[in-house]
Ligand binder design. Structure first.
Ligand code: SF4
Ligand code: SF4
Length: 187
């Protein structure tokens, strides 16, 4: 009974990440080229290839507990190398979104940075480095982390204390609203 429930949940999860990412999991024939070229693979608990395998085998709940989707830098190296054009960065994003919906944020600092970065994009249409740095450091419990770095950068004009908005900020906000309406984006 419990096994049947687990199989059903994992099948639902598999269908869901396929629908959200547009990736057909059976396209992957496990050659491993993605993992061989992934710059973050040495720090992952499951390689990108293994994450796909977990999902293929109906073990998506294991993939949700993995740190791999949170460490993926969306660099596209795997997608470029893949002979089957499996869009792994999108798949990782779909797994990350589902994990977030379930409150399974396996790399808190990555999540804090992502939320802060998207927040600054939504407000100004571009990154405001100073605000991003302050918000990230405060929320990740390391308020003095860049205390010595910020003054010289400010003096040299490399960063500004004041954010600058792009002209079409309404267009950017519209993109965020549409993503949110489809169940994605930041909370
Ligand atoms: S490179 Fe493509 S086909 Fe090969 S294991 Fe990775 S995702 Fe699968
Ligand atoms: S997109 Fe993610 S999984 Fe793919 S190579 Fe880059 S870091 Fe690795």
């Amino acid at each position: 009974m419990e096994l049947a429930g687990s199989l059903r949940r994992n099948q639902t999860l598999k269908n869901q990440v396929e629908a959200e990412s547009g990736v057909v999991l059976s396209d992957c024939y496990q050659c491993g080229k993605c993992s061989a070229g992934c710059p973050v693979a040495p720090w992952m608990d499951y390689t990108p290839r293994q994450v796909i395998r977990l999902l293929q085998l109906g073990l998506g709940e294991v993939a949700l507990k993995s740190h791999t989707p949170w460490l993926c830098a969306s660099c596209q190296a795997c997608y470029t190398r893949c002979p089957r054009e499996v869009n792994l960065p999108r798949l990782m994003e779909a797994v990350r979104q589902e994990a977030r919906r379930r409150g399974m944020i396996n790399e808190k600092k990555v999540d804090i940075f992502e939320q802060a970065f998207l927040g600054t994009l939504e407000r100004y249409g571009r990154a405001h480095e100073m605000g991003l740095m302050v918000q990230y450091n405060l929320q990740s419990g390391q308020p003095f982390k860049d205390a010595l770095l910020a003054p010289p950068l400010l003096l040299k004009g490399k960063i500004s204390p004041f954010p600058m908005k792009i002209k079409d900020i309404a267009g950017i906000k519209n993109i965020f609203a549409r993503v949110r309406a489809r169940g994605g984006g930041r909370s």
